[in-house]
Design a protein around this ligand. Structure first.
Ligand code: F6R
Length: 266
């Protein structure tokens, strides 16, 4: 894991944008894994800005989102498709045919839908860079605590904590789905690089468990300890419960010299 501690959420978004720019400059057809939620909103704003300044071209990019609510119409205001359109897809020159989310409605067999999503990722050549947030309970995607570390795209029932955390995004009269299709932990670990972004004090405990705790299904993000190229971008608040912060700062400044010389990707 490369742990990078930055001052604030804006710096986290800017740093993630640099990695994505590097990916776009190195691959003719970049395959990008995306996340929803509050954390990546700043990142999407940065990506849109870079596109408007003609620094980024999305015309050859393919995307795979981590998750989507079960049995929700794509045009529903609460769907992750709508979130992605509003925050990114409708604001850059991406071909919307090349944007994928793991959907499943009541008429579809979730097992087949999961297999089909895995196959689509494989056919595209695998994910080059997967963007992740982290839940207060350590979830990545909607892999809630106790998810199998070998899991693949499937239907998951959301925990009480996730439902409460996400209820802020629903109006009182709106139905809040209790299940979601999500990439599995093994699907995420297959990505060539992952960037997990975490900002704010409410993520500090999960971050500490992810980095310094055991690899355990009780903290699904801890599986990233097994990933060869995991980059963890934290603001100071999310890093606040980490022991050895000075060590991480020193490692990062030494790595910065290597990145300056050879670029961001190996
Ligand atoms: C969203 C997702 C989730 C979120 C996590 C954090 O696609 O997969 O794992 O990344 O719940 O959400 P925020 O950023 O809203 O705190």
């Amino acid at each position: 894991m490369q742990i990078i501690i930055l001052e604030n959420p804006e710096q986290v978004a800017k740093n993630a944008t640099q990695w994505i720019s590097e990916l776009f400059s190195k691959r003719t057809h970049p395959i990008l894994g995306l996340a929803t939620g509050s954390t990546p909103i700043n990142l999407y704003q940065e990506l849109v800005k870079s596109y408007q300044q003609e620094k980024l071209d999305f015309s050859k990019v393919t995307t795979f989102n981590l998750d989507e609510y079960h049995n929700i119409a794509p045009e529903n205001a609460q769907s992750y498709r709508t979130f992605m359109k509003e925050n990114l897809f409708d604001r850059v020159n991406i071909d919307q045919e090349n944007t994928h989310l793991p959907t499943c409605n009541n008429e579809q067999n979730p097992r087949w839908q999961g297999l089909a999503y895995e196959e689509k990722i494989k056919q595209a050549g695998g994910i080059d860079l997967q963007i992740l947030g982290i839940g207060g309970n350590g979830h990545i995607g909607f892999n809630e605590p106790t998810s199998s570390l070998s899991s693949r795209t499937r239907l998951k029932t959301l925990t009480e904590q996730t439902l409460v955390d996400n209820s802020r995004l629903f109006n009182a009269d709106e139905y809040q789905p209790t299940m979601a299709m999500t990439m599995g932990i093994a699907t995420i670990l297959d990505a060539k690089h992952v960037i997990l972004m975490a900002t704010g004090k409410n993520k500090a405990k999960a971050i500490k468990e992810m980095i310094t705790g055991p690899v355990t299904a009780m903290c699904p993000a801890s599986a990233l300890q097994m990933h060869e190229n995991a980059i963890i971008l934290l603001d100071e608040e999310a890093a606040s419960e980490l022991p050895n912060q000075q060590y991480f700062q020193r490692v990062d400044s030494e790595h910065q010299k290597i990145r300056d010389k050879y670029g961001l990707f190996l």
